[in-house]
Design a protein around this ligand. Structure first.
Ligand SMILES: Cc1cc2nc3c(=O)[nH]c(=O)nc-3n(C[C@H](O)[C@H](O)[C@H](O)COP(=O)(O)OP(=O)(O)OC[C@H]3O[C@@H](n4cnc5c(N)ncnc54)[C@H](O)[C@@H]3O)c2cc1C
Length: 406
């Protein structure tokens, strides 16, 4: 068997999976049509160009979240400890103007408190809001696109190879490896059979350049997702919708929208949209994203957006998943090879990237009948060594033990 592992895709799923496998003893090669760099064409289908990019399991459907999310958090923790550039911590609020159940993932969040039990924190709110509900926690936020650039660098340092090349469906059988990991995001259904129907949730982001960080009295960076009553902001279907705010790398990132629809073969969007919009850098952005954020920021932190729309930059991306089936991290036989899929992360591809990479490793070890911990080479690099040790530890404690169930 040819043990060279092929990864298709150079977004956050592809590079995280490739780095994980490379550090844990495999020889890997990434084939990616596009990478997150200045040459990437603006294409809302390439989701890794557009995340906010916080570590919160929003808009994701997976019955393995209790495995994938805490595993990811443990890897982000070691990256933080090793002072990995472009990973920061925010005091992050999830707020609602109506009573809301705590999410199941709350138990994994650090520094977690329900907001009526916090005493010394400013709670972001709309000036005319009534009672607010929700919670606050210490949230990892990755600074984009720098986080991706650092992952590419680490991967290359660890001996990984990236070939910038489009793989055609007809080429898959002749790729030089017996195992192919598919991290091609929404293109997966073009390259491989998928019995599930595909689902797309369109999201708008607005970047405001040259903005100061917003901090609380303890000097912690603050961010929020804020869902007002639906008369103030709703999805085109009429469900409550959230506005969000992240101060990242000298700019502010505002969102968001959740518009459902489908894509035609040439990538044209056919779906819902908001009625009240403002034109920013050629995109029609729901006006509520600016209005709500301006109100919340002014009444809570005493700052305003204050920037002319002409100086703002809007982006659109598609959160891709599978309608009823959600995330696909499974192993199948096709093209005379073992294919391990890793796609359909919805709005949480960054959040669960490390957990999914370890799940891929589990499927790979099963396929190759590997049961023992490998003797691993040291890289003489503090981040790579720390990451390698933590990946091994988290895999062994969480994924190896549950192998029989996969
Ligand atoms: C507005 C918005 C906000 C978001 N915010 C967050 C957030 O705050 N936190 C979070 O965790 N997630 C967030 N997400 C989700 C996150 O961006 C995605 O889940 C993630 O980027 C998916 O990454 P991926 O690598 O799986 O796919 P993609 O980024 O789409 O990458 C696919 C890769 O496959 C390659 N490829 C495709 N076909 C081929 C081929 N035939 N040959 C070779 N290469 C090929 C592409 O070139 C690309 O490199 C957000 C998404 C959007 C749209």
């Amino acid at each position: 068997m040819n043990k060279r592992i092929i990864i298709i895709g150079g977004g956050v799923s592809g590079i995280t999976t490739a780095l994980t496998l490379q550090l844990l003893g495999f020889k890997t090669i990434v084939y990616a049509e596009h990478l997150v760099n200045d040459e990437a064409p603006e294409d809302p289908r390439f989701a890794s160009l557009y995340p906010a990019a916080s570590v919160i399991p929003h808009s994701i459907n997976s019955d393995e979240l209790d495995l994938l999310f805490p595993a990811s958090l443990q890897i982000f923790e070691i990256l933080k400890e090793k002072q990995f550039e472009s990973l920061v911590m925010h005091r992050h609020f999830e707020l609602f103007e109506f009573p809301t159940d705590l999410p199941a993932y709350a138990k994994y969040l650090h520094g977690f408190a329900e907001i009526d039990r916090t005493d010394d924190e400013i709670i972001p709110r709309r000036s005319s809001a009534g009672k607010c509900y929700g919670w606050v926690f210490d949230c990892f936020v990755t600074e984009w696109p720098a986080y991706m650039h650092h992952l590419y660098q680490l991967y290359k340092k660890s001996g990984g190879i990236i070939k910038q090349k489009k793989v055609d469906k007809n080429d898959i059988a002749s790729l030089p490896g017996d195992v192919v990991i598919n991290c091609s995001g929404m293109w997966s259904a073009e390259l491989f059979d998928d019995p599930a129907s595909q689902k797309f949730i369109r999201g708008h982001l607005v970047h405001l350049p040259d903005k100061p960080p917003v901090r609380d009295s303890k000097n912690r960076l603050c961010s929020y997702n804020y869902t007002p009553v639906k008369s103030e902001y709703a999805t085109p279907e009429g469900d409550p919708s959230d506005a969000y705010f992240y101060p990242v790398s000298g700019k502010w990132i505002l969102g968001g929208s959740r518009q459902t629809g489908s894509l035609s073969a040439d990538g044209t969007w056919q779906g819902t949209g908001h009625n009240e919009t403002i034109s920013i850098s050629g995109h029609q952005v729901p006006s509520a994203i600016l209005d709500l954020n301006n109100d919340i920021l002014e009444s809570s932190y005493g700052v305003t957006l204050g920037t002319n729309p002409a100086e703002m930059n809007a982006r659109i991306g598609y959160r891709h998943t599978r309608k009823n089936d959600g995330l696909r991290v499974t192993s199948v036989e096709a093209f005379n090879k073992k294919i391990i899929h890793n796609y359909g992360h919805g709005g949480a591809g960054v959040t669960i990237s490390w957990g999914c990479a370890l799940k891929v490793l589990q499927l790979l070890n099963n396929a190759l009948n590997i049961n023992d911990m490998k003797q691993l080479a040291s890289f003489g690099h503090p981040v790579l060594n720390g990451l390698q040790l933590q990946l091994q530890r988290v895999y062994w404690n969480n994924f190896h033990a549950s192998e029989s169930q996969s």
